[in-house]
Design a protein around this ligand. Sequence first.
Ligand code: ATP
Ligand code: MG
Length: 385
Amino acid sequence: MKELILVKYAPEIFLKGLNRGKFEKKLRDNIGKKLEGIKVEFIHDSGRYFIKTDEVEESIKRISKVFGISEVCLVKELEIDLNSIEEAVLEKVKEAKEKTFKIVTNRANKKFELNSMEVSRKVGGYVLDNYDGEINVDVNNPELLINIEIRNNYSYIWSNKDITKAAAGLPYGMNGSTMLMLSGGIDSPVAGYLMAKRGVEVNCVYYHSHPYTSERAKEKVKDLAKILAEYTEKINLYIVPFTEIQMDIIDKCREDELTIIMRRFMMRIACKLADKFGIDSVSTGESIGQVASQTMDGLIVSDACSDRPVFRPLIATDKIDIMEIARKIGTYETSILPYEDCCTIFVPKHPKTNPKLDKIKKEEEKLNVDELVEKSIENIEIVTF
Ligand code: ATP
Ligand code: MG
């Protein structure tokens, strides 16, 4: 009796019609990349994969972070023989030490003499007759749910305790690319995760205001990029020196317009970098109304200097829900470390919540915008995770 990893696709992949093959291939490649360094054998079995490996635990941990997968199950492979199935299921029930169980059978192999209901009933009866201790069938709310699958060459069994839920979504890299503005906060890593989950390749840009923001703040952003990279492929983080721009704005522009002008510089630089490195779009962690700069007018004015689509996957998400995702994906603990961010240092007392584009443009005439942008781009640092 062998143990195998059963990888189930996210249901959306089945809806891809003629493109399904492309999605499946990408998914297969992405799983392969995540398992680099581990000896594995892939078996493609109509709409899912079986993976054979000696390093089961580590493989499941890695595969469950690949987008495009709904579940990863550790299954036992058996001969197509009722007696072997009964023995193996009894063994599972013993291991689980629960008080109630249910068996669900899926018989893909129509040559097998019993139908699904009959298999479940027979195997369930065998367990009740042979289990040493108290156990009952509960069809509505069982503690232990055992799956039996009878396929053409083998049968498989696993229980709800053998299932690791994966993130679903679409295979990474299927849907173009984005330049994520990654700060050290809670929101932007979640925004990056959500874009990646829909198959968009994520690159990151961080605006660093040395010495007003410390090395530790930069390290924190690197740590966040590293966590995101567990779900993606390698991630490039572009670190942009931002102090000179901020000092120039503070020096020359109206105090209540500092934030919006600064945000427009972030947008311009993100677009320039995207252009330079062949990246399709820009993404941010903004959510409408969350802070003064994230008003409708604020977003409109910062979008006005973008030359490509700006995606804000959190736009209609409450902070509490964003925090929940951050905890789930493992970025929260790093995000809440208390290192300051360039935006928190240069916050005006009364930031404008309804900036108007013509007024802001007028204010920006006091600055040498193109030169400031060029100069900061010339001095970027690139780190890859
Ligand atoms: P976050 O939790 O992501 O930091 P926030 O609620 O603190 O967001 P802001 O500081 O207004 O909001 O930033 C809004 C968005 O702008 C962030 O989600 C991020 O995408 C981007 N951003 C802010 N500061 C930086 C920075 N220093 N480097 C890169 N992007 C940034
Ligand atoms: Mg922030």
